[in-house]
Ligand binder design. Structure first.
Ligand SMILES: Nc1ncnc2c1ncn2[C@@H]1O[C@H](COP(=O)(O)OP(=O)(O)OP(=O)(O)O)[C@@H](O)[C@H]1O
Ligand SMILES: [Mg+2]
Length: 354
């Protein structure tokens, strides 16, 4: 278990009993979130994501396991101590849960009611929070006057009112359009950087994870089936579900469908191979392809190319048809591998993506 973990879940189970039915929503999950992480948790609907994160502030009592937040055993806290611990864990949701009859400023002020701050201090704090999320001008408006993205900003300001060290975002961008989603994610990243806020980001969109997370866990049927730092997961996913999530995010699935059709029409023989090349880091496609020709007279025709920047590191994905003598094709293949590139031969008759 990591020393810097601000959140530690150990062997956590959550089992629901409802009308004679048993649902094991979370099964034997251990998870360390380190201070300053933006930890993505992805999975399809019903995977157990919300149940798992609700355990962190004990909105959900686990059936078994241990939960430590900021060095405190959350499961033994009661009454005032538990309430105090909870104020240090902010939460935002898909539905912003704002109070419609109150102004934006009053919404943000609401969690400060129990605090020791004076009226003036509270006013100042609300102004500061609204400034932080870029909504100073809306202080006296009502929620109905705001867009979805603005409402989520209010919810974020409210979640930060008690200076939490952890912010849990449960599908907070699911109801927003892509551009607004990006802006909210950017805001979370900035808060992470400026305030040292640790973020747990639950989503079913790998795109969101890709934009801001440094780590990611993939959940299926109550279990974490794969986890790791973002680049490793994106460049070397092991589980099929993880690959599915990533392929949806990079849209390579759609591209391959078209390519397979195109290649099917062309037909491949032993002088042509359909190959997917994946690389992490600086290795760019143009020099590689020139090199393959110079060394082995292999001609590469790029059918699909995509470079993404994840955490300042390029992650390249190319689909090419390589043409040449079979033994030279083998050598070209080996050359790519020696250069640290992941090489996979694609079969147009098999729809599974590498
Ligand atoms: N209070 C409850 N009582 C009974 N079953 C529950 C309860 N809460 C959740 N479940 C069940 O636990 C499982 C996990 O639910 P959970 O809400 O954690 O999934 P999720 O990954 O957050 O899904 P979504 O993406 O749809 O939000 C589901 O089968 C759900 O029906
Ligand atoms: Mg959920």
């Amino acid at each position: 278990m990591s020393k810097d973990a601000i959140i530690q879940l150990k062997d956590v189970d959550v089992t629901f009993h409802n009308k004679g039915q048993t649902v094991e929503a979370v099964k034997d999950v251990s998870l360390d979130v380190e201070r300053g992480d933006i930890y993505g948790v992805v999975g399809y609907s019903g995977a157990g994501k919300s149940t798992l994160v609700r355990v962190i502030n004990r909105l959900q009592q686990p059936t078994a396991g241990q939960v430590t937040v900021n060095g405190q055993n959350i499961l033994t806290l009661n009454g005032k101590k538990l309430r105090q611990a909870r104020t240090k864990i902010g939460m935002i949701f898909q539905h912003f849960n704002l109070m419609n009859a109150r102004t934006i400023a009053d919404n943000v002020d609401y969690p400060l009611k129990g605090s020791k701050l004076s009226r003036t201090e509270r006013k100042e704090k609300v102004a500061r929070l609204l400034d932080l999320v870029g909504l100073s001008e809306k202080a006296n408006d009502y929620p109905a006057q705001l867009s979805g993205g603005q409402k989520q900003r209010v919810a974020i300001a409210r979640a930060l009112a008690n200076d939490p060290e952890i912010l849990i975002s449960d599908e907070a961008t699911s109801a927003l359009d892509p551009k607004t989603t990006s802006a909210i994610l950017e805001l979370l990243k900035q808060l992470n950087k400026d305030l040292g806020l640790t973020v747990v980001l639950i989503t079913h969109e790998m795109d969101a994870v890709k934009e801001i997370c440094n780590k990611v866990a993939v959940m299926e049927n109550g279990k974490i089936i794969e986890r790791g730092d973002l680049l490793t997961i994106f460049s070397q996913p092991k589980e099929k579900l993880t690959r599915d999530f990533i392929n949806t995010a990079t849209q390579i699935d759609q591209a391959l469908e078209k390519i397979y059709k195109q290649v099917g029409d062309l037909g491949l023989d032993d002088h042509h191979r359909l190959i997917q090349l994946k690389y992490v880091g600086a290795s760019t496609d143009a020099p590689l392809i020139t090199e393959l020709f110079k060394r082995y007279q292999v001609v590469s025709n790029i059918l699909y190319g995509n470079v993404e920047i994840l955490q300042d590191t390029p992650l390249g994905n190319l689909v090419v048809v390589m043409a040449g003598e079979p033994d030279q094709l083998d050598r070209a293949w080996q050359y790519c591998r020696d250069a640290g590139i992941q090489v996979a031969q694609l079969d147009p008759h098999d729809s599974e993506v590498a």
